[in-house]
Design a protein around this ligand. Structure first.
Ligand code: ACO
Length: 430
């Protein structure tokens, strides 16, 4: 056809693939999701094993560097990350400039971009060149430094976004607690000496962080890579990832789930809600996934974690409604035919039980996902080594699916708009 001929280019066939249902843009060694089996592997390790035996920070190392760390490797990594938790004193002014009711994701998204303005060595524009050079160990060290900074400061920025809305003083991140413990300390800390977070809640949040650390090429990871492909600094790319995550179809879904449950109210209102979903008047948040078509393995770990947390906090009053909704959807033809199952976002019930405010839930997704974004960013930055490219410079963001140069992520479109038109001055328009 004419359209086909127009879209046969010197680089191959141009296809329209809305939503990228069938488009792969990278080769990756990080995470594998088997959507039919309902399983997830981080660098080959089943997510269940990691949730049981590992910690968020150890899994972060695994995702970013490709192997579980040895004791000395982990000591260095965790020391560096925790050491980088502290922010510049001026950050206080930045946080205090937001309105009292600003959504914490709006604050966090802005905060990552703000952070970049303090890290000029990561900014290729300021350096006048790409900052990672092949064979240059200092380049890799410079890359590691941005990784430590971003993971270390993610919890600090999140806690500041939380405290500023409450008119509370900011807390210096402690370095003698775990990553998650330090985060809870910064969130909760009042004035008691020797305050320590509840160890069971700390462990539960750490497991949830680990579950959220990476999930291959989801919308936000893609956004980070797309943004980074212009060679912008990683702070700006992560801010873009945060913006993508904010939406209710992605990281905002954990907030949307609870808002939905509050709207439904009692279990007896579930059937009417399900009917409204089937008529497409409502969306069943927390259900469905682009890749998982049978079950999401994270949802089982969330359930187990919920039981552990509820033992301490007491059951959430929305739990019964959530269970009734789950049961009704799982036996309804509409959901069975479309192969829709619960995803990870019912973890909002745990966050609620732990006392986090509702609009803070997406932040609890973004903080650990910084790890996955960085793993993708680093892989893309050094992927040149995987493909044996011959160029002298390993660029900051070299997407090498083919030999021969830097590829900015610039998709094409199928144009279906008006043909050529002549400009009409405003007075002459009808
Ligand atoms: N409620 C009702 N219907 C749904 C839902 C849902 N939650 N999810 C998908 N469907 C329907 C679609 O309307 C579509 O029906 P149709 O073929 O008759 O038009 C069919 O199931 C296929 O769904 P798509 O939207 O095409 O699937 P896609 O892969 O594009 O979307 C998504 C995946 C965005 C997650 C979707 O399932 C959804 O909107 N879920 C609710 C929001 C949510 O929970 N997001 C979190 C995802 S996980 C994460 O980011 C952590």
């Amino acid at each position: 056809s004419e359209e086909r001929a127009e879209n046969e280019t010197e680089k191959g066939l141009r296809v329209a693939d809305g939503g990228f249902l069938n488009t792969a843009v990278i080769r990756s060694q990080i995470t594998f999701i088997d959507g039919e089996a309902g399983s997830e592997y981080n660098r080959g390790y089943p997510i269940e094993q990691l949730a049981l035996h590992s910690t968020h920070l150890e899994t972060a190392y695994l995702l970013i560097y490709g192997a579980l760390p040895t004791v000395p490797q982990f000591e260095i990594f965790s020391k560096e990350v925790m050491h980088h938790g502290v922010t510049h004193a001026d950050a206080e002014l930045f946080f205090r400039s937001f309105r009292y009711d600003a959504h914490p994701m709006a604050i966090l998204t802005s905060a990552f971009a703000y952070l970049g303005s303090y890290c000029s060595e990561a900014n290729p524009s300021l350096q006048g060149q790409n900052i990672f050079t092949k064979g240059d160990e200092a380049s890799l060290a410079r890359m590691d430094k941005q990784i430590y900074r971003l993971i270390g400061k993610a919890t600090t920025l999140a806690a500041m976004a939380y405290r500023v809305r409450q008119g509370r003083e900011f807390v210096t991140p402690p370095t003698n607690l775990s990553y998650t413990g330090s985060f809870l300390y910064q969130m909760d800390h009042m004035s008691e000496e020797n305050y320590v977070p509840n160890p069971i809640l700390e462990k539960a949040l750490d497991v949830l962080f680990l579950l959220h650390a990476d999930h291959e090429l989801n919308a936000s990871a893609t956004t980070v890579l797309q943004t980074g492909s212009s060679l912008v600094d990683p702070y700006s790319a992560i801010a873009a990832g945060c913006a993508s995550l904010y939406g209710p179809l992605h990281g905002g879904a954990n907030e949307a789930v609870i808002r939905m449950l509050i709207t439904i109210g009692k279990p007896e209102n579930v059937p009417a809600f399900i009917e409204a979903v089937k008529k497409r008047e409502k969306v069943l948040s927390g259900f469905g996934h682009r890749v998982y078509k049978t079950s999401d393995p994270r949802s089982f770990i969330v359930r187990k974690t919920a039981d552990e947390v509820f033992n301490i906090t007491g059951k959430d009053e929305l739990l019964e409604t959530a269970m009734a909704l789950h049961e009704a959807a799982m036996k309804d033809k509409y959901f069975i035919e479309r192969r829709l199952a619960p995803n990870v976002d019912f973890c909002g019930l745990i966050y609620r039980a732990m006392g986090f405010p509702l609009d803070f839930f997406p932040v609890l997704f973004a903080v650990p996902r910084v790890v996955g974004w960085l793993a993708h960013w680093r892989q893309a930055s050094i992927i040149e080594q995987l493909y044996g490219n011959k160029s002298l410079i390993v660029t900051f963001f070299q997407m090498m699916l083919q030999e021969g140069g830097v590829k900015i992520w610039r998709p094409r479109q199928i144009y279906i708009g008006a043909g050529k038109r002549e400009y009409v001055p405003i007075g002459g328009r009808v």
